[in-house]
Design a protein around this ligand. Structure first.
Ligand SMILES: C[S@@+](CC[C@H](N)C(=O)[O-])C[C@H]1O[C@@H](n2cnc3c(N)ncnc32)[C@H](O)[C@@H]1O
Length: 182
């Protein structure tokens, strides 16, 4: 499993959800129980909790990271995204942020999300091929783009999944799939 430090997660998420328009379709104020899978230090769980009065459960395979979620999630659960220790239809929203791009079998996790959610599944995933570097140094942008190509080709999971996450949701049998760019 790919590992992340708490510092990396808190630094890279700073300001990410200052604008929350992309979360409108989740109708967070109407939710009754939310599960954030691959919650890490709880950066996204805290956003969910701020926008909803529902309890937010943070789940992650890394218990050290989970230790940082204390002020954002009502409950913490250690577990595997592809075998959730949660009963069928236990939540009305199952969400994840930057989880599927790290899984060798993202479809297995999405199938689990569909099993434990009675209503909505939301996946917030990046397209890491879309990162560009602007530089005043000649050739640096092109060199960075080339390095990124090698990274995307060499990594063993689909780090571009966010370019079209609708496919993985539809393949898992979910209906009424929509996507928003954030
Ligand atoms: C890039 S971090 C994202 C953390 C958090 N969602 C965020 O955006 O700040 C990916 C997280 O997924 C967790 N993870 C990876 N594979 C997992 C699995 N099979 N089951 C549960 N969690 C997993 C990692 O421990 C890590 O916390």
């Amino acid at each position: 499993m790919r590992e992340f430090s708490a510092d990396y997660l808190t630094e890279t998420r700073r300001g990410m959800w200052r604008d929350r328009d992309a979360l409108a379709d989740l109708r967070l104020s109407d939710r009754s129980r939310i599960l954030d899978v691959g919650a890490g230090t709880g950066e996204f769980a805290r956003v969910l909790a701020a926008e909803s009065s529902a309890p937010v459960v943070a789940l992650d395979a890394d218990t050290t990271l989970l230790g940082h979620t204390a002020d954002g999630a009502a409950h913490r659960v250690a577990g595997d995204a592809t075998r959730l220790p949660v009963r069928d239809d236990a939540c009305d929203l199952v969400a994840c942020q930057a989880l599927l791009i790290n899984l060798p079998e993202p479809a297995a996790a999405v199938e689990e999300f569909a099993r434990v959610s009675s209503e909505l599944v939301a996946v917030i995933e990046p397209d890491n091929s879309a990162v560009t570097v602007a530089s005043t140094v000649a050739a640096e942008s092109a060199l960075s783009a080339r390095a990124r190509e090698f990274y995307v080709d060499g990594v063993h999971t689909d780090v571009t999944l966010g370019a079209d996450a609708a496919d993985v949701l539809a393949d898992a049998g979910l209906r009424d799939v929509s996507t928003t760019r954030h």
